[in-house]
Design a protein around this ligand. Structure first.
Ligand code: FES
Ligand code: FE
Length: 379
């Protein structure tokens, strides 16, 4: 098949319902390859927390679709990113996930050496590199932006405008580009990180995150804190809607008990409310008055996705060693409940029962827009 074929969906649906993507969209390596090339290698991709590479020489390596990328802080304090491939004979330059070098990366094969901004600075025994252009033979650079305290990459030669895609996406979903500003996300500090290795296609995870039809069934703690979620309409069903905390709920915690210090910049109408947004293609952000839960997805195969979830708080909360357990526990449980549901669907995607897909009920119809977006990208 080609990915360009229109997906045959279930027939005979009344106008109030619409079809989903057929099952093969969640298992077919051809479709996954198209998504890697046409979505993850062309869009901005949220790669690392900038504070995780704090000083010159600190680096992380990240898999972005088919490419391994080194993200390093240069001597000038700026973040640089380049493909993790030696320009001499193509050796993988760095095999560590993270670490720190003094001032350069040296290839373990023939010792070509690159500065922290990716220039070639030494190539032993070729006569002091008389004719080798150090920039031309430097590492292949990857476009970098820092926003919300994270390093975003784009592998495209000509990246789309960050403002018109990522920032506009957030503004559109929150109802205003300024709505996220008061949360001061870039100034918050990591309180906890949990990584989830999920046996499901990345689109299962996006779709699940977008809807709340499942909330009453699988999220008992979340619906206690946000009673309107029991009705099945997610924050993302509406534009700019924050779900209100229950009247007797003190904070966004696993038992509704009091949370931590409120982020001072948030607006009055953002207090005691929960906002959830998806930033295509691989970020979910949850905003509550005292913390931000920031998910990055790393699709590893058609049937496997790594999700890194960061809980971010005011620096003084983290530095004081405040008890963040009850707030972490709430969304950790939500994540576990959600990812178990995604895995439960994933195992059935190859069944003949789902060859033509399933059904989106009205409260899930906005997922159809995501399906249209994916299909348009890979066609
Ligand atoms: Fe890297 Fe030869 S492959 S120096
Ligand atoms: Fe959920």
């Amino acid at each position: 098949m080609t990915t360009g074929e229109m997906a045959p969906t279930v027939s005979g649906l009344p106008a109030s319902l619409r079809g989903t993507l057929p099952g093969r969209y969640y298992t077919d390596p051809t479709i996954f390859a198209a998504e890697q090339a046409l979505i993850f290698e062309t869009h901005w991709f949220c790669a690392v927390l900038a504070a995780d590479i704090p000083a010159p020489g600190a680096f992380e390596t990240v898999q972005v679709a088919r490419e391994s990328v080194i993200i390093a802080r240069g001597r000038d304090g700026a973040v640089h990113a380049y493909l993790n491939v030696c320009r001499h004979r193509g050796a993988r330059l760095c095999t560590e996930e993270k670490g720190a070098v003094r001032r350069s990366f040296q290839c373990p094969y023939h010792a070509w050496t690159y500065s922290l901004d990716g220039k070639l600075i030494a190539a032993p025994n070729i006569g002091d590199m008389p004719d080798v252009d150090r920039v031309e033979f430097g590492l292949n650079r990857v476009h970098v932006r820092e926003w919300l305290g994270y390093v975003w990459l784009c592998l495209a030669d000509e990246p789309p405008s960050f403002e018109d895609t990522v920032i506009a996406d957030v503004g559109e979903r929150l109802g205003s580009p300024d709505a996220i500003v008061g949360y001061q996300v870039a100034d918050l500090k990591l309180g906890r990180r949990i990584s989830y290795d999920v046996a499901a296609n990345w689109k299962q995870i996006v779709e699940n995150f977008m809807e709340c039809y499942h909330c009453a069934t699988i999220h008992p703690e979340l619906t206690e804190v946000l009673p309107e979620f029991a009705e099945g309409l997610a924050s993302q069903y509406f534009v700019g809607h924050g779900a209100a905390f229950g009247d007797d709920v003190a904070g966004f915690t696993v038992d509704g008990s009091e949370g931590l210090d409120r982020i001072p910049g948030i607006a009055e109408d953002q207090d005691r409310r929960y906002y959830a947004i998806t930033v295509r293609p691989q970020v979910f952000i949850n905003l509550v008055p005292d913390h931000v839960v920031f998910h990055r997805m790393f699709p590893l195969s058609p049937t496997r996705t790594l999700v890194r979830c960061d809980w971010l708080y005011l620096p003084e909360v983290v530095d004081a060693g405040a008890d963040i357990e009850r707030s972490v526990e709430l969304f950790h449980r939500v994540n576990q409940q959600d990812f178990a549901a995604c895995e439960r669907c994933q195992v059935a995607m190859d069944s003949r029962a789902y060859a033509r897909g399933g059904v989106l009920v009205p409260s899930e119809h906005h997922i159809g827009e995501f399906h249209d977006w994916v299909q348009k990208k890979i066609d």
